[in-house]
Design a protein around this ligand. Structure first.
Ligand SMILES: Nc1ncnc2c1ncn2[C@@H]1O[C@H](COP(=O)(O)OP(=O)(O)O)[C@@H](O)[C@H]1O
Ligand SMILES: [Mg+2]
Length: 292
């Protein structure tokens, strides 16, 4: 390849449990990272429920994107889609990154994308139903090639995953250098962490295990410190848990009909949220291999 830049880290936001804040963190924390570190980010909506896309794109914009076939599905398979349960074998190379991603913000000086979104697609549900790993191999390779290309164009690639242990999770794991695992400060969330590790250990083709980072999300002023203390005392999980927790904030709660990045809204208490995000972004620098 002509481009000799070191490939950017790829971070999957993953937990086998739903509702732990994967999508919230993908959208809003990484938007803040762009400002805080002046680094460009590509967000990939890899969940068939496409909540990330619904958070960041208006319905009308998403319809246009879908009609133009500029969603994650076009990265997996070329259009026109074959049949629901059939995967074509000769897939060809993935589309170019710039032809399918939507730049959501650009740098004012260069007009280059600061943060872009590869929109999600309900058709990805297909991959939660077929499990023929051999037939799916070309699809996986096409996705991996796309992510590798994206790593040459962005400083960070984030993959917002769905909570199942499916083909898609394997794709995300293979593409990733890092995993960001949000956990709620409750025992069940920590169980999700254990399940994830069990799953990772059982993916034989995963020779380079991504580096795990745990982020405690949804702490309140009076949360049960027991769970957090247990996590921090754990010999395996403690050292990979970020010192800063993400607090519960009404500014982050998804609201019907509201799209856009939380930190761009000019409302009360935004500074406190931004300060919290700044600390988490700073916590992330060392594990991501960026200058602390
Ligand atoms: N720190 C937080 N403060 C307030 N609400 C949050 C926070 N994290 C997540 N939520 C809310 O919790 C719900 C689930 O979060 P979401 O990011 O969709 O989880 P996941 O992607 O893991 O399923 C959403 O309604 C979201 O707005
Ligand atoms: Mg989600």
């Amino acid at each position: 390849m002509a481009n000799q830049l070191p490939a950017a880290p790829v971070i999957s936001i993953l937990n086998m449990k739903g509702g732990v804040g994967k999508t919230t963190i993908s959208a809003h924390l990484f938007r803040h990272l762009v400002d805080r570190l002046n680094k460009s980010v590509l967000l990939i909506d890899f969940d068939p429920q496409f909540n990330l896309t619904q958070t960041l794109m208006s319905r009308a914009a998403f319809e246009k994107t879908k009609i133009a076939n500029k969603t994650i599905f076009s990265v997996m398979e070329p259009a026109p889609e074959p049949s629901l349960f059939k995967i074509t074998s000769g897939l060809g190379p993935p589309p170019s990154v710039e032809s399918v991603v939507e730049p959501l913000r650009v740098w004012s000086h260069t007009k280059k994308p600061a943060i872009s979104l590869l929109a999600g697609d309900f058709r990805m549900t297909k991959y939660t139903m077929v499990d023929d790993q051999k037939a799916l191999q070309p699809v996986r390779n096409r996705f991996l090639e796309f992510v590798n290309n994206a790593r040459q164009q962005y400083d960070l690639v984030c993959i917002d995953c769905n909570p199942s242990s499916s083909f898609m999770t394997v794709c995300a794991l293979l593409a990733s250098t890092h995993l960001l695992v949000p956990v709620r400060p409750d025992r069940y969330s920590i169980l999700g962490l254990e399940l994830l590790n069990e799953f990772i250990d059982h993916v034989p083709i995963l020779t380079n295990k991504p580096k795990q980072i745990v982020l405690i999300n949804g702490t309140a002023a009076k949360h049960d410190m027991n769970v957090e203390n247990t996590l921090r005392a754990d010999p395996k999980l403690g050292p990979i848990t970020l010192p800063t927790t993400l607090k519960f904030s009404g500014l982050l709660s998804a609201k019907e009909g509201q799209t856009g990045f939380a930190t761009e809204r000019k409302v009360a208490h935004m500074n406190a949220l931004k300060q919290r995000f700044s600390r988490i972004v700073d916590d992330l620098k060392a594990p991501l291999g960026w200058q602390p």
